[in-house]
Design a protein around this ligand. Structure first.
Ligand code: TMP
Ligand code: MG
Length: 189
């Protein structure tokens, strides 16, 4: 099937990524960072990787990405800041290499909150996470209505084995469907 690599956003290792990390940890230096500013930094963190992503895809590497622009839109729009509607939030990511599919690992927010270190970072609050989930559902519906990026929702409360089997099936189909297709640009049609 060819080589595959995993990547993730935010990429906290870059200079911009370090600023994002500080923001998520609510450091003193970031206490006055506006919602618009951090939204644009998350986007810039993707743009600084865009060339690399395209090169890899053009060389036949399959990329599996843990969060991307849709997280940017869902989290920022869930803040309900006047002016930061879905459209505003999408604009700065327009033209990035588009994903070929989105796999949304879904579970009740209350259950997610029992996992790992939930609560340590800025957005890890149950009420806010519920709003974010609503935004993801709205984005998914919008993409379905417009036949844009195909979404797959997986029940993330299943065993790791079941989840990975389902993801494998989805990915096999998507890889077959897109193997000769050019890279699409996000949010352009
Ligand atoms: P992580 O937990 O996957 O490292 O993501 C860090 C947090 O940043 C998580 O709460 C989701 C949020 N986020 C945004 O607000 N905007 C973005 O563009 C991305 C990629 C993540
Ligand atoms: Mg996290």
């Amino acid at each position: 099937k060819g080589p595959a690599e995993s990547i993730r956003f935010p990429d906290r290792t870059s200079h911009i990524g370090k600023l994002i990390n500080d923001y998520l940890l609510s450091t003193k230096e970031t206490e006055n960072t506006s919602d618009q500013t951090i939204h644009l930094l998350f986007s810039a963190n993707r743009w600084e990787a865009a060339k690399d992503i395209e090169t890899k895809l053009n060389n036949g590497v399959t990329l599996v990405c843990d969060r991307y622009a849709y997280s940017g839109v869902a989290f920022s729009s869930a803040k309900n800041v006047p002016g930061m509607d879905l459209d505003w939030c999408r604009t700065c990511d327009r033209g990035l290499p588009s994903p070929d599919c989105i796999i949304y690992l879904d579970m009740p927010v209350e259950n997610a909150a029992q996992r790992g270190d939930f609560g340590n970072e800025r957005y890890e609050k149950i009420d806010f996470q519920k709003q974010v989930r609503e935004k993801f559902m709205a984005l998914k519906k919008g993409d379905e209505d417009a036949s844009l990026v195909p979404w797959h929702t997986i029940d993330a409360q299943q065993s790791i084995e079941n989840i990975s089997e389902q993801i494998n099936n989805i990915v096999d189909n998507v890889m077959e469907a897109v193997k000769e297709k050019p890279i699409r640009k996000l949010f352009t049609d």
